[in-house]
Each structure stands twice: as structure tokens, then as C-alpha cells.
Design a binder for this molecule. Structure first.
Ligand code: AHR
Length: 612
């Protein structure tokens, strides 16, 4: 394997090459990175017609002791449903009657930690409400306090801190009373006090995102942006401002309700917290089943311009002032937008696209616009800065697709490979095999990074309790998380964005099952030549790696080899064995300009040669 590191053939990889695609799918956001523990906190999920289903809330008590129903008496005009609880018993059972929220398949309540409860209450009579964190059957009490409510006929906001005295991973929040009378509840929220930077994100999941060193964050979907029907598509305007006033919505593609606590503002905040460029995928008037005629698209265009003013406008602009009031007076640097998702073949795509494109270009000339139409093999019939490219396929096909962009035009829009993954039988629930093919594909993107500007795996997250898409890079439940081999594979590409690419040639009888790339990169102290090699075959392969044209000597001291492999190519990680297939790093004592390596079968090796 020859690396030609001479300056004439070196090329800088775009700073943006590897990033993250975050979609609200598999409860990635609600019940995922968004740390809110209550699901359906405003009782809106059952729809506006009352009585409505209050799921997943439930009742403590029986027909003779309590009557609970939704009505439309909320003080919030965009989410009018509230919960009316009528206590019927004179001598209520010990412990009282009331309601409880199991959160998202149980709340992770941890000993010594503080949880902030906020709820809106109306009660014409004086009552005492007991709020508790308990085990899923109510038998174990983790935290409890009594809140006197002294006859409020107007809605009142109550706030209470609860400190847990015990750990239970599947807890619930209870609100109970012994007193006969009527109490209304709305917008009941329970947030852990310690979230990432205090911004409401689940720290351990953010830390897994940070370890990918993402240079961009594409959000909030995917199909989630489109909706099966436009009436259920993501609406940025409904997802900003005080959380209590957000109506929430049913995502009909992935079949679940979200209170939209993780809204447009929070996505922008998340990209800032990750140090990643925000890429706002907006709905272009097209869903899976209905479309807005281009003749009627103008209000949708205005809506998107408003979203950009919200992100980028000064704090005294109409929408910038809303952002500032939410706590971020400085603009968010939105430099990329995607006009729709996977809509290229739709009847009104081109017409709508041009309306959005022209309006945004005029208002924000620096914003790069991403078309849904593939230009990897033939030119687009419309202007674009980038084009979207999605691929989900089997491992052999993806391995061979490392050459996809070799023959793409060097002129015109750049590629944004915003969704790639091996799926179906080769993927299991996240196999080593899948990760090897994906790694090979990514080496091809590095090689073609003169025309490929960005790439991201999809989907990123799955809550183990609601997997609508398989596989996914990070698997979690209320308290645990692990990366699939596809996640770990990506960590070995984290240094590539902005690094220097060097051409590689392989001469071997095994070259059909090998893929490789080389970069030089720097950490805060040292420079390295990184050679990544995927052995996709089932035989061990011995290679001589020789590097020419380097501007410094290779130093064995500080050189390392990192290998991702396992005894079986279909091996996966799991909650019980999260580190079965993870990269293993060792010193590379024979590191030199020319060195022998042996690649074990089905492996992804990353050799970092320290440059003195
Ligand atoms: O990543 C899952 C889905 O795959 C995305 O929502 C969509 O863009 C693609 O079809």
C-alpha cells in the first residue's frame, strides 16, 4: 500500500466533511436527547376533541373515588386541552388518589439528583397535592413533597424541586390528594436539574455525539420534516417560544407524539453546543402524500424566510427578537439549508424549489442551498450549491460504492451524502459487517472530497423501546447507551474533516476486498499520517505500507494502531455487552516510512504514524 504524501498531490478535505444527521425518529429527541421526563405534558396528544386519550398518563384510584377527563379550559391558546381531576371520595384510600406519568417507558431517577417539577394548576377549593417520584408500581418512594394549593380559580404555575433518595430506572411521577374536590392540571414538566450546559439535553447522549467530532448538524429530519400529510409536518413556528405554549404535534411518519420541547431553537442551540454548523432541513410544501401547488407556495416561502430571520436576524428584528427573548441575543450562523427531503420526483418539487431558492438567495446570498435531486451522474436542471445523496443498501453494494463519486462532474454543485448506512440482513441490529462496508464507502468520500462536501450516517439514535428504523448508530434506554460498530467506525473518521488527503494505491491479490485512505492531521501537539485500511474479506492480509513525500520523519514513539474487529463479522454490541465490537488502540512499535502490517479478517485498522 503506497501513500504518496508529496505536497503536489495533497489536497485539503473540506472542514465540513463529517457531521451528524439528527432526526426525530425512534424517539431520538422526545424520550431521547431531550431530557424532559414527562410525555404528553400538556395532555394534547389525544387530539383536540374531548374527552381524549391521556396516554401514557394513568389514574390512581377507581370509578368510585376519582373521575379524570380532558376538557378545553387551558390558559394556553395554542394548546387548549387540560386535565380535570375530580376527587369523589370522602374517605380516600391511604396514599390518596390521583394521576401518574410513567414518562417514556419509565423515568430514570437517580439517588441524590435534583428534578425540577413545573405544573400549571387550577383549583377553586383549597387542596393539598402530594407530588412523588416512585417506582413503576408506586411501592417505592424516591422523593415526595406536599404542595398546598389554596383555592385558585385562575391557572397558577407551581414549581418544585424534588431530590431523589434512591435510584430507580423505571420510575413514575405521581400527583395525588386525599381531598374531595376538583383540580385541573396542564403543562406538567419534570426535568433533571443537570442537563448539558443547562440547555435541556441528556449529557451522556450529547457526549457520544461530541465524540464523533461532528462538523455539522442536519436537523430535524428526514421524513419527519415532510410528514405523511402536510398537516403533520414539522412546523418551526409552533416549536419556539415558551415551552408551555407549544402545541406539540403528532409525527405521522414515525407514529408518535412530540411535545416539541426539542424545537427549532433547541436544535440551533444544540448545533452551537456541538460546535457544528446547523443545516436546517425545511418543509418545501411537500409531504409523502400531499403537495402545495407552486402557485400557492408563497406563504410557505415567507414562513421559511421568517425561520431564517429567527436564526440570523439581529435581536431587534421581528423574529430575531423572539430568539433573543428565548435567551440567545446573538444570531445562530445558519449557512446551509436543505429545500425539502427526498422530494426530487414530486410533481411540484422544481417549481417550489425555485421559489424558495430565489427568495433565500436574494435575502441571504451566503446561504448554501441543498437540492433533493442527485447530481452524482448527471447535471441538475436547476441551480443548487449542494445536492443530497442518500443510500441504504447491502454491505457488498456499499463497499463497491466507494467509487461512486470518482466519475462525478468536478463542476457544479457538491455532494452532501446526508444519509448512508448498510441495512437489512447484513446489518443485524448494528453489525461489524455493516460498519466495514460503511468505512470503505467513507474512504471513497475522503478520496472524492473535492466534490463531496459533507456526509452523515442515518439514523443516529434509537430508543430501544421504540425502534421504527433499524439499524441506528446509538442505542439507548432511560439510563444506558452504547454505540453500534457503525458508531465506532465513525469515530475513526473524526479527524478527517479539514485534514490533508493523500492518494493511496494498493497492489495486492486481495485488493478487491480492501479499501484505504490516508490523511495527515494534527492534534494540539503532534502531526500524524493516518492510514485507514478496511479488510472486507475473510482472510488475513499482509501488506507493506510505504509512505513517500512526507515532510517529516515517522517516529515510532507516539505512533498507534487502532483496530475495529471481532471474531464474527455479524457481531453486535448490546446493553449487556456494549464493548464487544469497539476500536482497540495499541502502540505501533514498528512505525516507519516503510512497515509491515497484518490486517486481520473483517477489520478496520487505523494507523497513526507520528511525524517528528
Ligand atoms: O433515516 C431514515 C429515513 O430514511 C429518513 O427520514 C429519510 O430521509 C430516509 O428515507
Amino acid at each position: 500500500l503506497k501513500v504518496d504524501a508529496s505536497p503536489q498531490l495533497a489536497r485539503q478535505i473540506p472542514d465540513t466533511l463529517f457531521g451528524i444527521f439528527f432526526e426525530e425518529i425512534n424517539h431520538a429527541g422526545a424520550g431521547g436527547i431531550w431530557a424532559e421526563l414527562v410525555s404528553n405534558r400538556g395532555f394534547e396528544a389525544g387530539g383536540p376533541h374531548t374527552p381524549s386519550n391521556i396516554d401514557p398518563w394513568s389514574i390512581i384510584g377507581d370509578d368510585s373515588s376519582i373521575f379524570v377527563a380532558t376538557d378545553r379550559t387551558s390558559c394556553f391558546s395554542r394548546n387548549t386541552v387540560a386535565l380535570r381531576m375530580e376527587v369523589l371520595c370522602d374517605n380516600c384510600p391511604a396514599g390518596g388518589v390521583g394521576i401518574y406519568s410513567p414518562g417514556f417507558w419509565g423515568m430514570n431517577i437517580e439517588d441524590g439528583k435534583t428534578y425540577n417539577l413545573v405544573m400549571y394548576v387550577k383549583s377553586p377549593e383549597t387542596v393539598e397535592l402530594t407530588v412523588s417520584l416512585t417506582s413503576s408500581d408506586g411501592s417505592q418512594n424516591l422523593a415526595s413533597t406536599t404542595i398546598p394549593v389554596s383555592g385558585v380559580s385562575n391557572w397558577t404555575k407551581l414549581e418544585q424541586k424534588l431530590v431523589a433518595q434512591g435510584t430507580n430506572r423505571t420510575s413514575r411521577l405521581q400527583i395525588t390528594t386525599n381531598k374531595k374536590g376538583v383540580v385541573w392540571f396542564d403543562q406538567v414538566s419534570l426535568m433533571p436539574a443537570d442537563t448539558y450546559k443547562g440547555h435541556g439535553f441528556r449529557t451522556e447522549l450529547i457526549s457520544m455525539m461530541l465524540d464523533l467530532k461532528p462538523r455539522f448538524l442536519r436537523f430535524p429530519g428526514g421524513c419527519f420534516v415532510e410528514g405523511e400529510w402536510l398537516r403533520n409536518a414539522f412546523r418551526w413556528r409552533e416549536s419556539i417560544g415558551p415551552w408551555e405554549e407549544r402545541p406539540g404535534h403528532f409525527g405521522d411518519v414515525w407514529h408518535y407524539w412530540t411535545d416539541d420541547g426539542l424545537g427549532y431553537y433547541e436544535f440551533l442551540q444544540l448545533s452551537e453546543d456541538l460546535g457544528a454548523a446547523p443545516i436546517w432541513v425545511f418543509n418545501n410544501g411537500i409531504s409523502h402524500n400531499d403537495e402545495v401547488d407552486t402557485a400557492a407556495i408563497a406563504p410557505f416561502v415567507k414562513d421559511v424566510l421568517d425561520s431564517l430571520e429567527f436564526a440570523r436576524g439581529s435581536a431587534d428584528s421581528t423574529w430575531g427578537s423572539v430568539r433573543a427573548a428565548m435567551g440567545h441575543p446573538e444570531p445562530f450562523p445558519v449557512k446551509y439549508v436543505a429545500i425539502g427531503n427526498e422530494d426530487c420526483g414530486k410533481k411540484f418539487y422544481r417549481g417550489n424549489y425555485l421559489k424558495f431558492y430565489n427568495a433565500i438567495r436574494e435575502a441571504y446570498p451566503d446561504i448554501q442551498m441543498i437540492s433533493n435531486c442527485d447530481a452524482s451522474s448527471s447535471p441538475l436542471d436547476h441551480p443548487a450549491d449542494l445536492y443530497d445523496f442518500h443510500v441504504y443498501t447491502d454491505s457488498k453494494t456499499l463497499f463497491s460504492m466507494k467509487n461512486t463519486f470518482d466519475r462525478s462532474s468536478r463542476n457544479g454543485p457538491k455532494a452532501f451524502v446526508s444519509e448512508y448506512a448498510v441495512w437489512r440482513s447484513d446489518a443485524g441490529r448494528g453489525s461489524l459487517l455493516a460498519s466495514l462496508a460503511e468505512a470503505a464507502f467513507l474512504t471513497g468520500l475522503e478520496k472524492n472530497s473535492d466534490v463531496v462536501q459533507m456526509a452523515s450516517y442515518a439514523p443516529l439514535f434509537v430508543n430501544n423501546n421504540d425502534q421504527t428504523w433499524n439499524p441506528d448508530a446509538i442505542v439507548f434506554n432511560s439510563w444506558q447507551q452504547y454505540g453500534t460498530p457503525s458508531y465506532w467506525m465513525q469515530t475513526l473518521f473524526g479527524e478527517s474533516s479539514g485534514a490533508i488527503f493523500h492518494p493511496v494505491t494498493i497492489t495486492s491479490s486481495y485488493s478487491g476486498s480492501l479499501a484505504a485512505s490516508a490523511i495527515t492531521w494534527q492534534d494540539s501537539e503532534n502531526s500524524f499520517l493516518r492510514v485507514k485500511i478496511i479488510n472486507f474479506g475473510s482472510d488475513p492480509v499482509s501488506l507493506t505500507i510505504s509512505a513517500t513525500g512526507l515532510q517529516a520523519r515517522v517516529n515510532a514513539l507516539g505512533s498507534t494502531a487502532t483496530v475495529l474487529t471481532s471474531s464474527n463479522v455479524m457481531d453486535e454490541n448490546s446493553f449487556s455487552n456494549p464493548n464487544k465490537v469497539v476500536p482497540v488502540k495499541s502502540q505501533l512499535s514498528n512505525a516507519a516510512e516503510q512497515m509491515q502490517v497484518t490486517l486481520v479478517p473483517h477489520s478496520f485498522s487505523s494507523f497513526d504514524l507520528a511525524l517528528a
